[in-house]
Design a protein around this ligand. Sequence first.
Ligand code: ADP
Ligand code: MG
Length: 448
Amino acid sequence: MTKEELWQTVLSQLQFKISPANFATWLKNTYVLAKNDGIVTISVPNNFSKEWLENKYHKTILQILRSIDESIRDASYTVERSAPVKKELSPPAPASDQLELQGVSTHRITNLNPRYVFDNFIVGPFNELAHAAAWAVVQNPGTVYNPLFVYGGVGLGKTHLLQATGNQISQEAPEKKIRYISSERFTSEVVTGIRNHTINAFRALYRDVDILIIDDIQFLAGKDKTQEELFHTFNALHEKGKQVIFSSDRPPKAIPSLEERLRSRFEGGMIADISLPDFETRMAILKIKTQERESPISDEICEYIASNIHRNVRELEGALNRIIAFWRLHNREPSLQDIKSMLKSVIHNPNKMVTPKKIIEAVSEFYDIKEKDIVASSRKREIVRPRQVAMYLFRQELKSSFPFIGKKFGGRDHTTAMYAYDRVSKEVQESEMFLDEISLIRQRIYGG
Ligand code: ADP
Ligand code: MG
């Protein structure tokens, strides 16, 4: 059996053991470089693949290799290609008082911020699918996942991931025309185009790109003209095999007043979610951020932050910024006591933080309905469901009594509240999509 045949056999078996997204991402462009003394050396295209294969798939790969050839003892992975000069890890030296790094300017044409790269994007269970999908897009723009739709709550890395994807493509294929834009700006360009009769120029610009990245697409809710432009732009690009990437704070199904045809376009590619980072990932993020800032912060402090801030990567960074600021100001490392008082306002004590008001706000904002409608007695379908969700969350998060909930929501009696609670509980168990929806709302309740 030649090396090629060996690897082909491994791949064909691996294919059944891992998800297509991961397979496409991590095993593309891999091959067996050498087989000596029972050690198989596998060439991989980059360090991400190397790490991923080593950490995640090594056992499986080795098992398959051994099942084919008993003399194989081990496998190793190597990045063979003469690696391109590695980009600076840290952002262009921030001025000492400029913690937020807002000064890093975006690229004039692509609109990308060079600070957002894969190198400083931590991957954990909470975002690995989205990361794998983005990486697959980098390697095969316009073909594998088109569009790629990434969704997740505030401050969880959507913008970072989308921009990293753009930056990486631009690095690997500088000839590609890339455009990153927020959906608000996209909307305002449409409006200006219509008003100033320059819509043709707008169309020409957007239909001529190779990679179009639109961030926070949920803001297009209810913007009919913009949705229409986007629909045609998307079709034009898609037909030509150009890559489109979207982000949103919720899945396409949960975006209110979104044209059906656009929704079905969003759903026609790959939908990947980002959920909440686990403790290890939070630690890893803090570590990489302290490295970037060249501010050594003790493990004890990192652990304290990571254990107390769960819901949002942006807040993790915010906490770090405050600690660094303290350090600079007082010229000493803050004690744990200092940290506790510094972070009082960002650290959530869930029991203290949830209030009826917050739940009602979060639910009505999420479903784009008025707060007063949710607590009134309207029986309109678009109100009834969000109301049931709110009732469910009252019970779950506040442990409110059913009579209280019934009264709060339109003066109903406790059976209505119980019914709503049971119904939503049942649906949460049956539909993963719906469970996602609820957890996005929870993120809003606690995050904002
Ligand atoms: P979103 O667009 O989802 O609201 P952002 O992409 O703006 O979130 O992320 C908020 C902050 O957290 C950014 O500074 C970003 O660099 C950082 N961040 C988010 N996710 C990660 C991650 N996985 N690894 C490293 N930094 C992250
Ligand atoms: Mg964002």
